[in-house]
Write a protein of this length. Sequence first.
Length: 228
Amino acid sequence: MTSDDHKTPMLEPDDFVIVRKRKKYRFAQFANTRNCYELVQWQKLDKKSSEIVLEVGAGTGLFLVELATLHPEKTYIALDVKADRLQKGGREAESRGLNNIFFVRSRADQLLQVVSAGSVQELWLTFSDPFPKKSDAKRRLTAPNFLEIYKKALVFKNAELYMKTDSHALFDWSLEQFAAHNWQIQQLTNDLHESNLEDEYKIMTTYEKKWTQQNLPIYFVSVAPNHR
């Protein structure tokens, strides 16, 4: 992928119509970070990568930065709706000189405008908002409407979706959704950091560090879509 072709010219905080000055500054940082894109900018790029590793609801994206550091041969995309979070990961990736990770401000339901169908090898959901009210269930990132989008984005063979959460309720509900919509469980644990699963799964997000310091368990599952 090329990274600079459609970036906006250098912007100042006052170019953004946002009330909070600190947030204006962060939006300006996002716009001026080489690897950070608004959806419209991203769609103009000449993107030729396949077998992408994608994190939906990435927050700061620092989890993907660690993975991108370990695997320079892979392409990573951190997707979140909040630019002020994503710019932290973008800045960190820049400071490490990483050229294989990109940060895109987009909603989860716009996923297929960010990546082509069948181009994602790994899809991560890390500490998604549990939306505990029943009336908000359709907003959970493991709701049926999102699972259908993910299934279209993932490559046909050997692709997996990975989920980490501190919410037992969301975890159980998500397992029910996976089973009901024909996703096959590959790996499962109710305490990731006490398990024998791969060390890369245990790389911590910003939020995850908080919970593990309180000795609270992290729930983890990997699932594969059944395309039949």
